[in-house]
Design a binder for this molecule. Structure first.
Ligand code: ADP
Ligand code: ZN
Length: 289
């Protein structure tokens, strides 16, 4: 049996499952402070015989194995979680190997193995409380200096948009202009309560399509999977398809966009399933630990 954690800003999803990606039991624990959340997480896994644990976590994370702070959540503004030694804490408590990656890399991994990205170089982007993306390229989650932070790129402004942006670091990066909280702050209404013909969506498409085009130009993914709360607005998909097509100006030969930029094949389970499968790879010696 394997264990998996999808650690998010509002909840931790914990699951146990087998090597085939079948989840046998799962629970949700609210994300408060580590001293409260983590003991409940540990208690859940202590009740099961697991041989390895995979974690997909909100970040930023230190994924550089040579670093003193490897396995930490690093500079998050989320209260109590800054410099939290996630891997070390779980290893000490459970005494098993732990695989660690970003929530979005885990989701990309899940979609690559079982979902809409099956077998292809794929990108997974979430548009929710924050914006982040992970990628599986050449059969591996994309890493380097640490991990990609594709939500914090800079884009051309919509000519009618004077909003300063909500990113605590950059103000008007993609996350600052197009995340759920940015929609709420700009218009004074949560995205889920805005009508389909509200101007908010024109701006949303303007920013997301530009970002996708940058990712396509840089990473050349074969599939782009878009999840997160804001993407529940399914009318955004056809508009994004049209805008990506328009912005590419015929420079790139793009696949049929309806099949290229899609919703997650695994619904809300991409991240937790991906995390479970990260734990499987430890057993096979594929993930250095
Ligand atoms: P998280 O990013 O915390 O994991 P979500 O992906 O659900 O959680 O993102 C939450 C954000 O998405 C909030 O800002 C919320 O207002 C927005 N959101 C949630 N549902 C919708 C919806 N149906 N339409 C537009 N925005 C939504
Ligand atoms: Zn930013």
């Amino acid at each position: 049996m394997l264990g998996a954690i999808e650690a998010g800003g509002t909840k931790f999803v914990c699951a146990v499952g087998n090597d085939n990606g079948e989840m046998l039991e799962r629970i949700q624990i609210p994300t408060t402070i580590p001293e409260q959340t983590i003991p409940m997480v540990i208690e859940f896994f202590k009740g099961h015989e697991i041989k390895a644990l995979g974690i997909g976590s909100f970040g930023p994370l230190d994924l550089n194995e040579k670093s003193d702070t490897f396995g930490y959540i690093t500079s998050t503004p989320k209260h109590g979680w800054c410099n939290f030694p996630f891997v070390e804490t779980m290893k000490k408590a459970l005494n098993i190997p732990v695989a660690f990656d970003t929530d979005v890399n885990a989701a990309a991994w899940g979609e690559f193995l079982f979902g809409a990205g099956k077998g292809s170089n794929c990108l997974y982007i979430t548009v929710g409380t924050g914006i982040g993306a992970g990628a599986v390229i050449g059969g591996k989650c994309l890493h380097g200096l640490s991990h990609p932070e594709m939500g914090h790129i800079f884009l051309r402004r919509h000519p009618l948009d004077r909003f300063e942006g909500v990113c605590p670091y950059h103000k008007d990066c993609l996350e600052g202009l197009a995340s759920g909280p940015s929609i709420e702050k700009r218009w004074g209404i949560k995205g889920e309560n805005l009508l389909k013909d509200h101007q908010a969506w024109e701006l949303e498409v303007h920013y997301l399509a530009q970002a996708l085009l940058q990712y396509i130009l840089i990473l050349s993914p074969e599939k782009i999977i878009m999840g997160g709360g804001v993407m529940k607005q399914s009318h955004l998909f056809p508009s994004i398809h049209n805008e990506v097509q328009r912005l590419s100006e015929g420079f790139l030969k793009l696949p049929l966009l309806e099949e290229y930029i899609v919703t997650p094949g695994l619904g809300a389970d991409s991240g937790i399933l991906g995390a479970l499968m990260l734990a499987k790879d430890i057993d096979f010696g594929n993930v250095p630990n």
